[in-house]
Ligand binder design. Structure first.
Ligand code: BTN
Length: 340
């Protein structure tokens, strides 16, 4: 895990001020009141992180390229949040960010702690599925949330997360995404992001919730050609050009904090109109796996608690609290495709 180092950031800031040009080691040393040997050590550390810095005996150091990594050096200085990501944990490779966040939360990690990885070797999806998490293409993050919620309301956190991402995609990338209840984010019917909520609770209230999200950011078509449960897409595929993952992550962190505060203050009911507007299934004929049961019907809407209101063939309405949409009329049949 890497945490941010302050002096490191100061050296980096000075190099960035003159990116593409040389900065002398002496000027960095005098501005930061450190020895030239310390500057050199920081440069070595920055190089080890992936910064492309060339050195010249007379001219000093020249920062040529910043790595497209979600390292704290590129995220923390840009945070404008009150509580989210004030603790930011980054890993080059990890089993699962959700597993790590659960561990950190159990050890007392603060509300708003964010765990991010470049690659996951055991990325988990809902319902014991795995989540394809190749190095650098995606964003794999987990958020630790400690505001106690009545257990029944906990799944709403994941829905708020989906809504936050839909807003980022619209506002920052001009992409119209939708939400397949409860919390898959789709673009043109293909899955762009998945959300997995884990939690610890007592009988009535959550102690903490870990919200994990995987976003297909820069996957190319050939990366997503393998059989998946759902047809998948990425932001780069939709835009026709790769995105800067650092920006995407920062947009999401900022938007999530706003949306989650709105949710805590006003409840999910206040977000229901937006959630319904973003819904990929509203008014559609569905087949749903809910526990051991398979239920078919038309999606009428959602309750203020975030449950799905389904109109069944016999004319009765059923409220579904947890489930997995297997089929949407005129769309994919996920039950037939291979699981990953
Ligand atoms: C799903 O659609 O089934 C949910 C996928 C959630 C994947 C994310 S990636 C970051 C976090 N860590 C995990 O192991 N899973 C979630």
């Amino acid at each position: 895990m890497s945490r941010v180092d302050r002096t490191h950031l100061q050296v980096l800031r000075l190099l960035k001020e003159k990116q593409g040009n040389f900065v002398s080691g002496t000027s960095v040393a005098s501005r930061l009141r450190m020895s030239r040997t310390s500057v050199w050590k920081h440069i070595q550390n920055l190089r080890a992180l992936g910064y492309d810095i060339i050195s010249h005996p007379k001219e000093g150091y020249n920062l040529r390229e910043i790595p497209d990594l979600l390292i704290p050096e590129e995220i923390v200085p840009h945070l404008e949040t009150a509580w989210l990501a004030r603790t930011y944990c980054h890993y080059r490779q990890i089993g699962s960010t959700n597993d790590e966040a659960l561990l950190l939360a159990a050890q007392g990690a603060e509300h708003g702690t964010v765990v991010v990885a470049e690659e996951q070797t055991k990325g988990r999806g809902r319902l014991q599925r795995s989540w394809f998490s190749p190095a650098r293409y995606g964003i794999y993050l987990s958020l630790i949330l400690r505001s106690p919620l009545p257990i029944l309301e906990a799944p709403q956190s994941a829905m708020v997360t989906a809504l936050a991402l839909v807003k980022v995609l619209h506002e920052n990338y001009g992409i119209e995404a939708s939400i397949k209840w409860p919390n898959d984010v789709l673009v043109a019917g293909k899955k762009l992001a998945g959300i997995l909520a884990d939690m610890q609770s007592d009988q009535d209230y959550t102690r903490f919730i870990v919200i994990g999200m995987g976003i297909n950011a820069n996957h190319r078509e050939r990366d997503l050609r393998e059989p998946f449960r759902y047809p998948a897409t990425s932001l780069a595929m939709e835009l026709g050009t790769p995105v800067k993952r650092q920006d995407l992550l920062l947009h999401f962190i900022h938007r999530f904090e706003t949306e989650y505060e709105h949710f805590l203050k006003n409840g999910f009911g206040a977000m229901l109109p937006e959630f319904e507007k973003a819904s990929a299934i509203l008014g559609k004929q569905l087949r749903i796996q809910s526990g051991r049961e398979e239920i078919s019907g038309r999606a009428l809407g959602f309750t203020p608690e975030g449950a799905l209101r389904l109109l069944k063939g016999d004319g009765n309405e059923e409220v579904i609290w947890v489930g997995d949409v297997l089929r949407v009329e005129g769309s994919y049949d996920t039950s037939l495709s291979l699981q990953r």
